[in-house]
Design a protein around this ligand. Structure first.
Ligand SMILES: Nc1nc2c(c(=O)[nH]1)N[C@H]1C(S)=C(S)[C@@H](COP(=O)(O)OP(=O)(O)OC[C@H]3O[C@@H](n4cnc5c(N)ncnc54)[C@H](O)[C@@H]3O)O[C@H]1N2
Ligand code: MOO
Length: 390
């Protein structure tokens, strides 16, 4: 059995970053910027007023000074003339500051009678002008790779980048296997359960930014599995669920081998998730997840997610471990890394007493996977441990 780290390395070696495509800004949220882009304009493109008021010459600003209002500048409509001595231009937020003016007195500090304004007594030093290029200059770059958040989308829009180069979404086919599985919403037979893993994994995988094709459930026969694998054609990554262990009905490995799987590894020293399998099947990478629901979801987070992040061109494709104190003592760990479902009690992590890999209620109410390395010695409350947030 190989270690989690070796498995992750072998998995990452199976895939490369995908090519890029251009999408409209409206479709770019949460996509990964594939190459650096440069602002195609300066923002603001002109010195702009940040307040509603009067544009004047700073040198003339003093208590009780009077100015003649000679025109108006509004957002989108500049004043074409120039502001001379004793003159003011009525100005609104976002309007270009007219030539000659270098100060905006806010309207609350003025009194207006006809064309004349008189300043009040307490005019501060603040000029209320946003300089041209104060936000960004033409040519300023946004560096790739970058997962585009709403604030990035706003910035790209302001830079007038309407078409955004993003990494193509990985196409992932999810293939659940087992005679015992029925789809959510169906009436399961007496010996059946609902296929939960495919739905949890699809949500996880789509959340990372891939496109998911949920294949029909393959039954525990070679022909059904082969047919399902055929339906996975065109996928960049095939994720199978179940049928990975050593039972008579665990057919994923032999059928995949028959279909040309170049196996990279089988079995990882971890709990849950031991019977993990990976390799290349034609043009696709394949990850065979164990069927137990918690095992499938934990392996999704520990292995599938980093693989997808690499395909998306992201640099930080390893899971980022965090640290917290333990809330209780733990016995020494054995020869497999243990990803324990745990909850925060105040700021300390407390693993659930029930760690069976079938318990979705425990996973769903957990805050973190507490990671116990291979042969980790016994720990006492307060010891600092590693965890992956859920
Ligand atoms: N003799 C041994 N038996 C088992 C071993 C072993 O080493 N020796 N390993 C155990 C471990 S650990 C795991 S994990 C499971 C993995 O088995 P498979 O990957 O072959 O999964 P299945 O047998 O198909 O299913 C296991 C369990 O999960 C349920 N399941 C399967 N698919 C789904 C799904 N899509 N949604 C919800 N639940 C699913 C299935 O009904 C089973 O209850 O093997 C142990 N056995
Ligand atoms: O590895 Mo199994 O995933 O322990 O239940």
């Amino acid at each position: 059995m190989i270690s989690v780290e070796q498995a992750l390395e072998a998995l990452l070696a199976l895939v490369e970053p995908l090519e890029s495509e251009n999408v409209h800004l409206r479709d770019a949220a949460q996509r990964v910027l594939a190459r650096d882009v440069a602002a195609s304009r300066t923002q603001p493109p002109f010195a702009a007023s940040s307040m509603d008021g009067y544009a004047v010459r700073r040198a003339e600003v003093e208590p009780d000074a009077m100015f003649k209002v000679i025109g108006e500048a509004a957002a989108g409509h500049r004043f074409d003339g120039s502001v001379g001595a004793g003159q003011a231009v009525r100005i609104f937020t976002g309007a270009p500051v007219p030539e000659g003016a270098d100060f905006v007195v806010i309207q609350e500090d003025t009194t207006r009678r006809g064309d004349l304004i008189t300043l009040g007594h307490k005019i501060g030093d603040k000029d209320n002008i946003r300089p041209a290029g104060g936000d960004f200059e033409k040519g300023q770059r946004v560096d790739a790779p970058l997962r585009l958040r709403p604030s990035d989308i706003a910035l790209l829009a302001a830079m007038n980048i309407a078409q955004v180069p993003v990494t193509r979404k990985p196409r992932v086919a999810i293939l659940a296997t087992g005679d015992e599985l029925a789809q959510p919403g169906e009436q399961p037979g007496p010996d059946q359960i609902i296929a939960s893993n495919s739905y949890g994994l699809a949500a996880m995988i789509e959340g990372i930014g891939a496109e998911v094709r949920l294949l029909p459930i393959a039954r525990d026969t070679e022909s059904s599995l082969k047919q399902a694998f055929t339906l996975a054609q065109g996928a960049d990554l095939i994720v199978t669920i179940g049928g990975a262990s050593v039972g008579d009905h665990d057919l994923v490995a032999p059928v995949a081998a028959e279909m040309g799987l170049e196996q990279s590894f089988y079995k990882v020293a971890m709990r849950p998730g031991k019977p993990l399998m990976a390799g290349r099947l034609g043009k696709a990478a394949m990850i065979g997840l164990p069927g137990n629901p918690v095992s499938a979801m934990v392996c999704g987070q520990v292995f599938v997610a980093p693989v997808l992040r690499k395909m998306l061109g992201l640099n930080e494709n390893q899971p980022t471990a965090q640290h917290a104190p333990l809330a209780c003592a733990l016995p020494a760990n054995g020869p497999r890394a243990h990803y324990m479902r745990a909850r925060f009690v105040d700021d300390a992590l407390c693993p659930d007493e029930r760690q069976d890999s079938s318990l979705l209620t425990v996973l769903a109410t957990a805050d973190a996977l507490l990671v116990r390395p291979v042969s980790d010695p016994a720990r006492k409350a307060g010891d600092i441990v590693e965890y992956l947030p859920l």
